[in-house]
Design a protein around this ligand. Structure first.
Ligand code: SF4
Length: 240
């Protein structure tokens, strides 16, 4: 039985494993999944610190591993510039976005719907078009109230495995990895952001909670855009 089938107590491992052990565990998870799913293993890269960390880990497993970026019309210009830099360096990263017309300020009146259209729909399209069997994310269980009960390997949608190889990493360990291995990050972090998203829905805060700056003033505050909670495969209708 390989590491993908592990039944480890992840909450315990968050504090028990040291930085090096966590890096080795993450590399093993990606390596084993890549051996199993080959080109069907694809990394979702949101251009945040966790994503660039996972992307770097995946590239260490194999430079051939592909990825996709979901962007929206509301991303800050720094993120857009960073995205084009990443794609120029890694042409195996494909950009997805939804340019459909939406009501003005939908992010205020119905942020769930806005995220569904601008983020979840292109994610579904990426998974379909790139023939993804296993998508790899930068999700971490210490990141906020909505992220505590995920597993390293999940099958929320039948036929689509989700691998969360840095699930047990702490925020500090992500920064440690990026510093130790010299991984370039989105310049917005220098301004004080701790979690990055679309411009109207992301603020700089001094709150303890890492995702507290997301969707402030709405029911989604500190929450999720939906790509980790909605179905991404076998969705009927227009898929949004
Ligand atoms: S983060 Fe805000 S602007 Fe971006 S898709 Fe979601 S609601 Fe819309």
């Amino acid at each position: 039985m390989g590491i993908l089938e592990n039944n480890d107590d992840l909450k315990e491992l968050v504090d028990k494993l040291n930085f090096k052990e966590k890096v080795e565990r993450s590399l093993s998870l990606i390596k084993e999944a890549y051996e199993r799913y080959g080109d069907g293993l694809v990394v979702a890269n949101s251009l945040g610190k966790d994503s660039v960390c996972v992307w770097d880990l995946a590239k260490r497993v194999s430079p051939k591993i592909r990825g996709f970026i979901v962007t929206t019309r509301f991303k800050p210009k720094e993120t857009v510039e960073f995205m084009y830099e990443m794609v120029a360096r890694y042409p195996e990263l494909k950009i997805y976005r939804n340019d459909v017309e939406i009501p003005d300020r939908l992010y205020e009146t119905d942020p769930d719907r806005c995220c569904e259209i601008l983020k979840v729909e292109p994610t579904r399209r990426a998974i379909e078009e790139m023939d993804v069997k296993c998508w790899v994310t930068g999700l971490r269980c210490t990141e906020g109230r909505t992220r505590t009960d995920f597993k390293e390997v999940e099958e929320r949608d039948k036929g689509l495995i989700k691998l969360n190889p840095i699930l047990i990493w702490k925020e500090r360990e992500v920064w440690q990895y990026l510093a130790v291995y010299g991984v370039k990050v989105n310049p917005l972090y220098a301004q004080g952001y701790r979690s990055l998203g679309c411009l109207p829905c992301t603020k700089i805060t001094a709150d303890e909670n890492e995702r507290a700056g997301r969707w402030i003033g709405t029911s989604k505050c500190g929450g999720e855009c939906g790509i980790h909670t909605r179905s991404l495969k076998n969705v009927g209708g227009d898929g949004i």
